[in-house]
Ligand binder design. Structure first.
Ligand SMILES: [Zn+2]
Length: 113
């Protein structure tokens, strides 16, 4: 039984097709601790351009975009955003009620009642 070649390392942006639609999934080099594919390596920011590039050994192609992990993360982010939005709506409704009462008092006072 022969040993399998080592599994390739996934690009840092492999699960982020919105940000890096050209990502090739399999990393070919590391910038510091961050593995990048050739496409993402080309697109790195000027900040990363001063850092040395360490090539990675070729291995089996990394498993592609993981839609389940991406969906799970998106679902979690959605729940967090909904929670924050509900909280903000409740706070705004309270402020609106306080302002309504203040205006009613102010109008009553202005009319001398
Ligand atoms: Zn990439």
């Amino acid at each position: 039984m022969s040993a399998l070649p080592p599994a390739a390392i996934r690009c840092h942006y492999a699960n982020n097709p919105d940000l890096r639609p050209d990502c090739r999934i399999t990393a070919s080099a590391r910038i510091g601790p961050i593995p990048l594919c050739p496409s993402c390596l080309q697109r790195r920011s000027t900040l990363g351009k001063g850092q040395p590039v360490r090539p990675l050994p070729a291995g089996q192609p990394a498993v592609g975009f993981d839609p389940l992990a991406w969906l799970t993360q998106a679902h979690t982010e959605l729940r967090t955003a909904e929670h924050r939005l509900r909280k903000e709506c409740a706070e705004l409704a309270m402020e609106r009620d306080v302002l309504k009462r203040s205006v009613a008092l102010w109008v009553r006072e202005a009319m001398g009642r």
